[in-house]
Design a protein around this ligand. Sequence first.
Ligand SMILES: [Mn+2]
Length: 240
Amino acid sequence: MKRVFISDLHLDHADSEVFQAFAGLLRDESARVDEIYILGDLVEMWIGDDDTSEIALALISALQEASKRAALFLLHGNRDFLFGQAFCEQIGATLLPDPYVLDDILLSHGDLFCTDDAAYQDVRQLLRSAEWQSDLLQRSLGERQQFGQQMRAQSMAANANKSDQIMDVNLSAITAAMAEHRTTTLIHGHTHRPGDYPRRGSSAFRRVVLGDWQDCGWLCRQDGASLTLECFNLSRYRAS
Ligand SMILES: [Mn+2]
C-alpha cells in the first residue's frame, strides 16, 4: 500500500505558490499512490460548503481531479472544521473522525492532544458542537467570513501570551491514546514542529509530525512497511 499524508497547508489564495505546489502534489501523487490523507488545516479558513470564493472553487476542482485516481481522506483541523459532508461528496473524499486508526497507525490533526492548553480545549469543544455550527451556518457568507477573521485575530492574540510548551502536544495524552487504540505510530500536524520522534521505554511508539507549508512543503510517505517524513522545495511539484 502506498500512501501520502499531508497537513497544515493553510491555503488562502488560489494563485499562491503553496496552492500551486499543492495542486501539483495532488496531480503527481494521485498517479503514484493508492491513498492521500489530508490531516487538517488544509485551508486557512473554511466558512461553509456553500462558499463559492475563488479559493474554494479552485480547491474543489483540484481535489475532484485527484480523487478520480487515488482515494482521498480528510480530517478536520482547527481552521477547517466546517468541512462538511457536502464538500466531501463533491470532491469524492471520505471524512474521517479524529483520531482515526489506520492499521497500526493513529492519525490525528493533533490539537486534540494539546491538553495543557485548557482554554483552547474549551473553545475547541464549543466550535465542534453541532448546535454552534448549525447556528453559524445559518448566517450569510459575508457574516461568516467576518466572524472567521475575528476568531483568527482573537486566537493569535491569545496564543501570543502562551508558552511554547502549553501549545505543544501532551505526551501523556498521546501515550494513553496509543495504548487505547493499540497503535505503534502516530502521524499528526498542527503544532508546526515537524520531526520524526521516537518514544522509548515500556510504551514505545513513533510520532511523525508533519510541518506547515511555508518555506517548504512536508509530507509523510508510506510504502509498505516504510514510513518517511519528507521536506521538499515547493517548486518540486510545480505545474507542468
Ligand atoms: Mn491546526
